[in-house]
Design a binder for this molecule. Sequence first.
Ligand SMILES: [Mn+2]
Length: 320
Amino acid sequence: MQFEFSPQQLDAQFARVRTAVLVGHIQPDADCLGSLTAFAPYLESRGCAVTLYCATPAPARLQFLPGVSRLRTTAPGPYDAVVVLDCGDLKHACVTPAQLAHWSPRLVVNIDHHQTNTRYGDINLVQPTAASATEILYHYFRALDFLVTPQVATSLLAGIVGDTGGFYHSNTSPAVLNAAAELVAAGASLPALFSIAFGDKTVPALQRWGPVLSRITIHPRYQVALAVITRADLSGLPDEAAAASGMANFLNTLDGVRAVVVLVEQADGTIRGSLRARDPLLDVAKFATLCGGGGHKLAAGFAIKGRLQETPQGWKVVAG
Ligand SMILES: [Mn+2]
């Protein structure tokens, strides 16, 4: 893996940092949490006090990952360094210019693998070819001979399992599989991590899938499937966000189409769109960027204001 900024140069910068906040994105997933919990012990080994921060808490089903209990939803600051992990831009991290000014860091480091990354850091360790942010950290730690403990190996592998959908998505490169093998050798348990990719279903949530599945439409010209998940489809479930992402992930495995669009109505008056393509000629990140989001060529997402309404012409996004 080639870095724009050498691991040794970045390591030398961190040697002068005494306090740091590690920032992940809202609704943190396994790659986000794996990145934060793997990077914290590395910075601590350099004599730095570390705070782990996301604007929203970790979901219950990812609490088993090592170190996730350290995650906070407030970070008072100030900090010498802000290290943002697995975020294509600061909006995805929910870090406003005012928040950044309040933290008053000497150094902003951006470690990420999103194709649409805006290079917002003073130092940008951005690798769009990496399957996960933790794959970047794996190569970074290797370059520095940083000793990967079984806990750190588990965090790194969790991000790989999460962002490859359990080695199912097209980003599962030979390099990813080699990294995964090394992490298993370093003490991570692969079977214990498969729940990240496949263990997100509950009986009450599955029982709500019927109406959602019956409404799937396929655009006859473009061979793009559209699925919509409304507030009514999710109401009353204990963890609506987990139910929605479980449904969206399942719908994104649809066969016989070039791409899948899943629109999920959120409690906050927005609609989250999740885009997956099977056809390597497509680039769904471009479409997501047009809607104010971002992501990767074959997997991207966005959020827009509004709600879903059924019309005789099909589902429409209307002003909330
Ligand atoms: Mn990621």
